[in-house]
Design a protein around this ligand. Structure first.
Ligand SMILES: Cc1ncc(COP(=O)(O)O)c(C=O)c1O
Length: 483
């Protein structure tokens, strides 16, 4: 059963003057006839749903009655009656005319561009009792050992020089290139940009490629760190539909073809739902993206954290010929405190972004770049194995604590990634998050991850990166004081 149905999940902003053609409207009016009641009413209700979700913009001009009737194979009378109903309800501007504008009751999407959601997740200098607001792991043993004695790790490898490696430490760039090659991407060092975490990589990519002309396509529920970058580019997000099982690939491919956005951003595994695309589905989506002229950002920050089944393959390894930018980093397997991430794209864009990044901050700390290179080359496989074992253990402890506390929270185990996407039956997740914060165990309510206002409001993200005893304590407090 779809959670975020197609018509609830998309915001289309057409190029140029806001005019919705009959073809565009037909493209997003999916299954509109499946309801009951007269056809004109079903059509009007479906258009209201599109306006409510922001799929159709406030002020957009609708197709003429005749064009829409022809396109939908309806009698003109049916469309006239549907438009009249919309006028009566205040959805279409009152002035007569066969191509009216969507009027005052439709929700504009301006609210979506004011993105203070991410900062709300990050604020707070004092460490809480149990921090369940960020999905960030404690350092892996290999990191703690490296930081305790970096000289031993670096062991006479080239000196740190003046401490600046603004365009990316050579060793680290080569280690990342090898890492990407092992994952199936035919990467070359000049195609790799070293960044301060995957966060800076996505910021660089989004601000370089998004524009006010077209929206950026995102999973309806996604990593909130992307919203500010989209707003900074003067663009806006629009949602690709999702079901409980993950992305609705057919609906998303259809939307990409209809909206032809310059850019789409996808997370693998999804943060916070833990879903990923099967290869065949990824290929279908990439094929649609190629036809639409859309560049895909494949954010693989969580991709190696496969808890069941296999790791999703990089989009760039699937041979579709679509334009793909791959993003990743060391935060989720090793430690976020290293602030080492990367971006892979064509050599020309990579060179531009490398210089743009250098102009921002003159590079990540040279020591951490050096340490990162050695860890990535020599400790990746063992550390990943350790991290996955820790995550499985913490998830089991979390589940056990939920059972012991008699909580009625609903969540399926994620295919990958460090979070449960929990549904709270009969409880507002915003209110739950407020109580949780007061109890010293902050969590993030679902709305923060949602592209469309109103989606995800009965959910919250429960990361299980912390050790089992901390997870047990956190759940106990949440059960006693917030649930
Ligand atoms: C999907 C996704 N992208 C990017 C990031 C940012 O990670 P980093 O610490 O590498 O900047 C995160 C962190 O949670 C994430 O989940």
């Amino acid at each position: 059963m779809p959670v975020w149905h197609l018509i609830e999940g998309a915001t289309l902003r057409w190029n140029g003057p806001m005019r919705t053609t009959a073809d565009q409207l037909a493209g997003v009016l999916d299954h509109w006839k499946s309801g009951t009641g007269p056809l004109y009413q079903q059509l009007a209700d479906a258009i209201v749903a599109l306006a409510e979700s922001g799929t159709l913009e406030h002020g957009a001009r609708m197709p003429s009655e005749r064009a829409l009737a022809t396109r939908l194979h309806l009698s003109r009378n049916t469309v006239t009656a549907a438009y009249q109903r919309l006028r009566d309800q205040g959805w279409l501007e009152a002035s007569a005319g066969s191509a009216p504008r969507l009027g005052t009751r439709s929700r504009g999407v301006a609210a979506l561009t004011a993105q203070d959601r991410f900062s709300r997740i990050l604020v707070g200098q004092d460490p809480p009792l149990v921090a369940l607001n960020t999905a960030s792991p404690p350092p892996a043993p290999a990191v703690s050992a490296a930081l305790a004695a970096p000289e031993a790790l670096l062991d006479g490898r080239a000196a740190l020089g003046n401490g600046y490696a603004a365009l990316g430490d050579r060793d680290l760039t080569l280690a990342i290139t090898d890492h990407l090659r092992r994952q199936g991407i035919a990467a070359r060092p000049d195609e790799v940009v070293v960044t301060s975490g995957a966060q800076q990589a996505l910021w660089l990519a989004v601000t370089a490629l998004a524009s006010p002309a077209t929206p950026v396509a995102l999973e309806a529920i996604t990593y909130p760190g992307v919203f500010d970058a989209i707003a900074a580019a003067g663009s806006r997000p629009f949602a690709l539909p999702m079901t409980d099982e993950g992305l609705d690939v057919e609906g998303s491919a259809k939307l990409l073809r209809a909206a032809e956005p310059d850019l789409a951003y996808l997370t693998s595994f999804n943060n916070p739902t833990g879903t990923s695309l099967a290869d065949a589905d990824a290929i279908r989506l990439l094929t649609a993206a190629k036809l639409a002229g859309t560049t895909m950002i494949d954010d693989r920050t969580l991709a190696d954290l496969a808890l069941s089944g296999r790791r999703p393959r990089p989009f760039a390894s699937l041979g579709t010929g679509a334009s793909v930018i791959t993003i990743g980093g060391m935060s989720k397997v090793f430690w976020g405190g290293l602030r080492i991430g990367w971006l892979h794209t064509n050599a020309t864009l990579a060179a531009q972004l490398r210089h743009r990044r250098a102009a921002m901050d003159l590079g990540s700390p040279a020591l951490f770049q050096r340490v990162g290179a050695v860890l990535l080359r020599e400790a990746y496989d063992d550390t990943l194995e350790w991290r996955l074992a820790s995550l499985r253990e913490s998830l089991a402890a979390t589940r056990a604590a939920m059972r012991e506390a008699g909580l009625d929270w609903e969540a399926v185990d994620p295919a990958g990634g460090p979070s449960l996407w929990v549904r709270l039956p009969g409880l507002s997740s915003e209110r739950f998050a407020e109580r949780a914060e007061r109890a010293g165990v902050p969590v993030v309510a679902g709305a923060a991850f949602s592209v469309v206002p109103g989606a995800g409001v009965d959910r919250f993200r429960l990361p299980f990166y912390l050790p089992p005893e901390e997870m047990r304590l956190g759940i106990k407090i949440l059960a006693e004081r917030a649930a």
